[in-house]
Design a protein around this ligand. Structure first.
Ligand SMILES: Cc1ncc(COP(=O)(O)O)c(C=O)c1O
Length: 468
């Protein structure tokens, strides 16, 4: 608790991070990750915790050395945005203040900024002026929060008070993120509460099968309360036809929720926002800032098309007293969020928007999606690779092929190449299964990635493919 120490340590930290950033963004020196088996890593940290040192510099250097470098142009793994340096600076402020935002008095700037940030996203998505929401800790929690609101509005009994009586269910593409499945199970609806609509050849919900799936669910005694559109799906980055889902929800008076954790960010890209056509008709939408919008984990927007809907999440429509209290205390966000204490999530996003405007997000998201197209072109033109589908954003799946190999051996080879890549550490990519086969999965998140890096990734994969 000594300001002198803080000044000195924090200055040193900023210098160290600036040097790190300079080096990592070039992508020449060092690698994307310094792979170690988890057993070794845990043993090291367990041992080091007892070797006390007054100066934390070596500790910080060790963390940098062992971390994965998301700014690196050869990072193309899971959906994590590199942070804008200014957002990191703002995070230092929020961490130091340690204000909560559940209760207005506990963190006035952070909690009130949420309204301004949500308004920007709602406008970019074309939601009505009455739309309102808040920030929460990640897409998983955000999906649960929105689906709890759907339950509150569409269930015929008062589940909040009486528990589940009817067999409630939602409908969603088989390609949806697992957090939807998890939310349904947390709500106590079991496996039968999630009705998976088959996907088409582009891994989008086959909306022509909605009617059939709905009729089957009803015949089995299910009360379907909502349909969830994925914008986009996690594995392939495919965008469901949101207009078709909205029409269906209107026809049967169902809640329409859009999981835009990843692709919701395209609302800021003039070039790619058409992928979200129909999102403005949703009752609820979620969008992660930390996947494509340069902000720290976790920063997720939950938006309701009408602010009134947001007051019912943790109550039931008949619960007059609670709703009235919540509406009167609109400024105490904990009445509407899962969290009680919540960090000042809005401050880094607000700082970026105030400093650079939405143009920053437009340029950045457009660049990442353009990179997806460039990479798809390289893969398509390479005789040793197969593209799983034409990508719609910055997520794409592909694999190494050898004509003489059977399908199972090819799967095994692609799996082994991926392990070799991670262990070598010069690139980071992940993997997925599509239609029972093995594919590499990449999310192009770094603004420093260019065609040369993507070409080298293919060469590296081919090198391992030929060796293994
Ligand atoms: C479509 C989709 N929804 C939800 C999530 C979960 O978001 P979070 O990791 O922020 O909890 C993800 C994460 O990958 C996702 O891709």
């Amino acid at each position: 608790m000594d300001p002198k120490d803080f000044r000195q340590q924090a200055h040193q930290m900023v210098d160290m991070l600036a040097d790190y950033f300079e080096e990592v963004r070039e992508g020449e020196k060092g690698s994307v990750l310094n792979w170690q088996p988890p057993e070794n890593a845990v043993a090291k940290w367990q041992e080091e915790i007892d070797s006390h040192e007054k100066d934390p510099t070596e500790l910080f250097k060790g963390i940098l050395r062992d971390a994965i470098h998301v700014h690196h142009p050869q990072f193309a793994g899971h959906q994590l945005s590199p942070i804008a340096p200014l957002a990191a600076t703002a995070s230092l402020l929020t961490d130091f203040l340690n204000n909560g935002t559940g209760i207005y008095e506990m963190g006035a700037p952070g909690s009130m900024m949420e309204f301004a940030v949500i308004r920007k996203v709602a406008q970019a998505m074309g939601l009505p002026d009455e739309a309102e929401g808040f920030l929460t800790s990640g897409g998983t929690l955000a999906n649960l929060t929105a689906l709890l609101a759907a339950r509150s509005f569409k269930a015929s009994s008062n589940v909040w008070k009486e528990g589940n009586e009817t067999e409630l269910a939602i409908m969603v593409s088989e390609q949806a993120h697992y957090s939807i499945d998890r939310a349904v199970r947390i709500m106590g609806w079991g496996e039968g509460g999630i009705i998976k609509v088959p996907a088409d050849e582009k891994f989008r919900m086959n909306t022509e099968l909605l009617e059939q799936s709905f009729a089957k669910a009803k015949a089995a005694g299910k009360h379907v309360v909502a349909v969830v559109g994925s914008a986009c799906s996690t594995a392939t980055g495919s965008f469901d036809d949101l207009e078709a889902i909205a029409d269906f929800c209107e026809q049967y008076d169902l809640w329409f929720h859009v999981d835009g954790a990843h692709g919701g960010a395209l609302c800021f890209s003039k070039k790619y926002q058409h992928k979200l056509n129909g999102i403005h008709r949703a009752h609820s939408v979620i969008m992660d800032f930390h996947k494509m919008l340069l902000t720290p984990v976790l920063t997720t927007a939950v938006i309701f098309r009408d602010k009134e809907l947001s007051f019912h999440t943790f109550s039931q429509k008949a619960d007059y007293l609670f709703n009235k209290t919540a509406e009167k205390e609109w400024f105490n966000l904990a009445l509407r969020t899962f969290e009680c204490t919540k960090p000042s999530l809005a401050i880094p996003v607000y700082t970026l928007l105030k400093t650079y405007g939405e143009d920053l997000f437009d340029e950045f998201v457009t660049l990442l999606c353009d990179n997806g197209q460039t990479f798809a072109g390289l893969i398509h033109n390479h005789p040793d690779f197969e593209l799983a589908y034409q990508p719609e954003c910055n997520i794409l799946c592909f694999r190494f092929v050898k004509k003489e190999m059977d399908a199972n051996s090819l799967d095994e080879l692609n799996r082994r190449i991926r392990t070799a890549i991670v262990e070598a550490g010069d690139f980071y990519i992940v993997q997925t299964q599509l239609n029972g086969r093995q594919w590499f999965r990449t999310t192009l998140g770094s603004p420093f990635t260019n065609e040369k890096h993507l070409q080298s990734l293919l060469e590296e994969i081919k090198k391992f493919g030929d060796q293994l």
